[in-house]
Design a protein around this ligand. Structure first.
Ligand SMILES: [Zn+2]
Length: 314
């Protein structure tokens, strides 16, 4: 008979933001994808309870970021990347290894995993099947209804709902505009704000202007009333040079700018929205580029066909 493990809970309720590091050089592809020597998945510990991962750009040009947050009762994986095959993209063993490593230091029984998505585009959920047979695992369904139901939204997209990992109570906010089921997630432990593909240093593809404008307004309001350490989206598509993005579907991005963005940059998106006033086109700003009403065929293998062979863009 095994005795239950005595668990000293981790205190995730601190008076200030838990320290974390973004002192990292992200893998960013290579001149020749064939000769790329980067790991399939880069792992960076923001702190010991918060992991940021990036997919290798030679495996998929979207090179999305994924996040693993640990709480006392369960961990959440935000997004599963752009590639289904575990041979090319071993996300499941990577995440299992990280959880084992965490549990070795913070042992507890029946620790579970929630596999969630910032939004429902293929470069953010493609490796879900790697988790289908994982014990103690819940995968959030891939429809707007399933998203609303899982988090318990009563008044989508206005309300903010709590998502408790065990002492680490995330705030989930509906932020449609790029995609109808998109959520942004605030972590009161690190003060990090995860914004999916709504806000990141790159091409912001808007599919519903009104929804996008209200989502950004709600996020700005939220940032005015909550301390924010960094805003973290899911891609980098711009260089350190203002206004300069990389070629779409490139597999090499030298001189990338950092992933993290500031509240001031988010506020500037609010100003940009007023200036653009729903005019269709490609609107270039220093730190992001707004694609409004640009037909998808100009920039992507699209998302709307779920049977497409290739992973979609953003
Ligand atoms: Zn994306």
């Amino acid at each position: 008979m095994s005795l239950p493990t005595f668990v000293e809970p981790v205190n995730f309720k601190l008076p200030n933001a838990a320290p974390g590091s973004l002192d990292v050089q992200w893998i960013h592809g290579s001149v020749s994808p064939k000769h790329n020597t980067d790991p399939d998945i880069q792992i960076h510990f923001y702190n010991e309870h918060t992991v940021i991962m990036r997919q290798n750009m030679a495996v998929h040009p979207e090179a999305p970021f994924m996040f693993l947050l640990f709480g006392n009762d369960r961990a959440v994986l935000l997004d599963t990347g752009a590639t289904r095959s575990p041979d090319f993209f071993p996300l499941r063993p990577t995440v299992d290894g990280l959880i084992d490593q965490w549990l070795a230091k913070y042992p507890r029984d029946n620790y579970s995993l929630v596999v969630a998505h910032t939004h429902l585009h293929r470069d953010h959920f493609e490796a879900d099947p790697q988790f289908f047979d994982r014990p103690n695992t819940v995968i959030v369904g891939k429809t707007l209804e399933a998203t609303v139901q899982f988090y318990g939204f009563q008044h989508w997209p206005q309300d903010k709902v709590s998502f408790d990992l065990g002492g680490r109570v995330l705030k989930v906010m509906a932020t449609p505009g790029h995609e109808e089921a998109e959520v942004s997630i605030y972590d009161p432990y690190t003060h990090l704000l995860f914004t999916g593909d709504l806000v990141y240093p790159g091409r912001l593809y808007i599919r519903d202007w009104e929804a996008f404008a209200s989502s950004i307004e709600r996020m700005i309001d939220f940032c005015n009333t909550h301390p924010i350490s960094h805003i973290l989206g899911c891609h980098i598509e711009m260089s350190i040079y203002p206004k300069l993005d990389y070629l779409i579907r490139t597999s090499y991005q030298p001189y990338e700018r950092p992933l993290q963005m500031t509240v001031a940059q988010l506020q500037s998106i609010g100003e940009a929205i007023k200036a653009i006033d729903d005019k269709p086109g490609i609107h270039i700003f220093d730190d992001y580029i707004i694609y409004n009403g640009v037909p998808d065929r100009y920039f992507s293998y699209e998302t709307m066909n779920p049977d497409a062979e290739l992973g979609d863009v953003c």
